[in-house]
Ligand binder design. Sequence first.
Ligand SMILES: Cc1ncc(COP(=O)(O)O)c(C=O)c1O
Length: 329
Amino acid sequence: MIYAHAHDVITDDVFVALPYLSRRADVYLKIEGFNPAGSIKLKTALGLVEDAERRGTVSVGVPVIESSSGNLGIALSSICAAKGYPFTCVVDPNTSQPAIAHMRALGAEVVTVRKTDSNGGYLHSRIAYIQERLQRQPEMVWLNQYANPANAAAHYDRTAKNLLAGLGHIDQLFVGTGSTGTFVGCARYLREHSPHTRIIAVDSLGSVTFGAEPGRRWIPGLGASRRPELCRPELAHEIVHVAEEDAIRECRRVARNTGLLVGGSTGSVLAAVAAREEGFRDRPRVAVISPDLGDRYLKTVYDDEWVNDRFGDVLAGEAPDLVGVPAGG
Ligand SMILES: Cc1ncc(COP(=O)(O)O)c(C=O)c1O
């Protein structure tokens, strides 16, 4: 297949069955990491940029700025490089060094804010930096993933439509929340096109998005120290908060059981599914969105020392579940 641009290579039809995870449900993981930006945020980035182009605020040479925990920054760096838009990404100390190097290799300016905000995160600080920079450089355009309806629209138009087309029937959807664009877009689409589907929004413990207590978080992707304007909690049938150590254990469990290395937020969402096991009735078809793969997390989630330093002794007893693989292949 020939594509005009790297950012046109969007794989929205890859699912992996996870028989090891549940004896009472059929669980399918929608893999979003097989594109040149390596994550679901390529669709978000394209939605935001194309919306700005339609409104005439962005064109060749106009500088673009955005806050990101890493993945949106990589996707925007790729798109902006191809389109000739100078791009500045504002990140924080939880953003991985490979993600920062990836953005810089694509020509982006990367600014790291280091001041934690009153909720123990960095989102207020990242946005304060953007506001200060816009005052200094008013020609810059802030795409604002947290408030821009084009973010959720990208997942209504693509992620959810392809999710339902690929699986045919979905009883329950487990979806992680960062900016909440994926959750809001998918929930709106499924409530219209598959009203029986139960939508479970998954957030990190320590995130304030759904009104929970703030706390320190280490893994980029899920959660926020400030509620994103886009968020519509009423679209979820249920909201689940997952501790980061449970996400880490679940990442390592899927790796050992399937050979697939997934990102930290996928582990959070899988931990939420595993915790629901006893409640599954009538063999539901469960969809789980996996926003990225694990190669960006080799020095964190998959590094014993990094995990032990931050979470203590949470890795004891790791062993394969060894179900779902018939003898002889
Ligand atoms: C790895 C990962 N998981 C989940 C999310 C959350 O997606 P959304 O911002 O659409 O809520 C992000 C967002 O950056 C992410 O990078």
